[in-house]
Design a protein around this ligand. Structure first.
Ligand code: ZN
Length: 295
């Protein structure tokens, strides 16, 4: 028997016996109270599959019911519902999907076709390409879409949805709760690191800083930001992220013009001047810039 085949069998056997011995951990998401009628379901940091439930979910409790912004990975719907029920008796009536990815749209089906699902029109198009929304599951696609801006509800229950152009995808919605001065960014501001620009879904690391500039100019009166996959942020943090993405774009553009490789451009990009920033995803962002500029 070839060594590699034997090794494969041994690894598979080991994985199977581990799976048999370790019962799946119960899925529990953490909840954070931001305001009297606004909570965040966290457990959103990627890495550990036992605790990573998908992106941060806003739970907005209005007179008419509960609106969720995003709904985490498939399989986490009951954990989401349990936490919502721990803070309100009201039914979930609306889900806003900030963008197409499965860690933000994974439970549209769990919550059912009676919930109104809202997203940017490009996100609906992107979702139509996903296996999770094919065939019978097409009924869990967004029914309400918009192009530039959409307002849902009024007064203290008002929610404003904005589209400012491509960034993480070509359908990133920025969700504002004006009465509470809170903004949910989805993954257009996911973490303090290089942005993920999903070019298969129209994302663009070249457009990213310009889109963030429009967000900062267009959305005022915010105190608190719910990012995609990290702890709560402030408008100052978003401003720094805009500077970071602009810096990354101009660095990558210059390095490419100078004939440097992606690895060289990554090595010479310094994140030290941005407090709290990592460089785990910088290479991916620089690669995206190179790929976009090559076209
Ligand atoms: Zn995403």
């Amino acid at each position: 028997m070839k060594r590699s085949v034997l090794l494969g069998i041994l690894l598979a056997a080991g994985a199977a016996s581990m799976a048999a011995q370790t019962p799946a951990a119960p899925k529990v998401v953490d909840i954070l109270k931001l305001k009297d009628n606004l909570y965040v379901l966290t457990s959103s940091t990627p890495g550990n599959p036992a605790t990573f439930s998908g992106g941060n979910v806003a739970v907005f409790i209005t007179d008419g019911g509960v609106t969720l912004v995003d709904d985490k990975l498939a399989g986490w719907g009951q954990a989401v519902l349990d936490k919502v029920k721990s803070v309100t008796d009201k039914p979930i009536t609306t889900i806003i999907n900030t963008h197409t990815h499965g860690d933000h749209t994974g439970n549209n089906g769990f919550f059912g076709a009676s919930v109104e699902i809202v997203a940017h029109e490009n996100t609906k198009t992107n979702m139509e390409k996903m296996d999770a929304f094919k065939g019978d599951n097409a009924k869990f696609l967004p029914k309400k879409t918009y192009a530039d801006k959409l307002t849902i509800g009024s007064g203290k229950d008002r929610i404003d949805l904005y589209y400012f152009g491509a960034a993480h995808t070509n359908g990133d919605t920025w969700v504002v709760f004006p009465a509470l001065r809170v903004l949910h960014t989805g993954d257009a501001f996911a973490w303090k690191d290089g942005p993920l620009c999903d070019r298969n879904n129209g994302g663009s690391c070249v457009s990213f800083p310009r889109t963030l500039q429009k967000v900062i100019a267009g959305i005022k009166n915010i105190d608190t930001i719910i990012p995609g996959h990290s702890p709560m942020q402030t408008p100052k943090d978003l401003q720094m992220y805009q500077t970071f993405t602009a810096d990354l774009l101009s660095h990558a553009t210059n390095e490419m013009k100078a004939g440097k490789s992606v690895d060289e451009a990554t090595a010479s990009f310094k994140v030290d001047k941005y407090p709290g920033y990592k460089n785990e995803r910088v290479k991916g962002s620089i690669q995206a810039v190179y790929d976009e500029l090559k076209k």
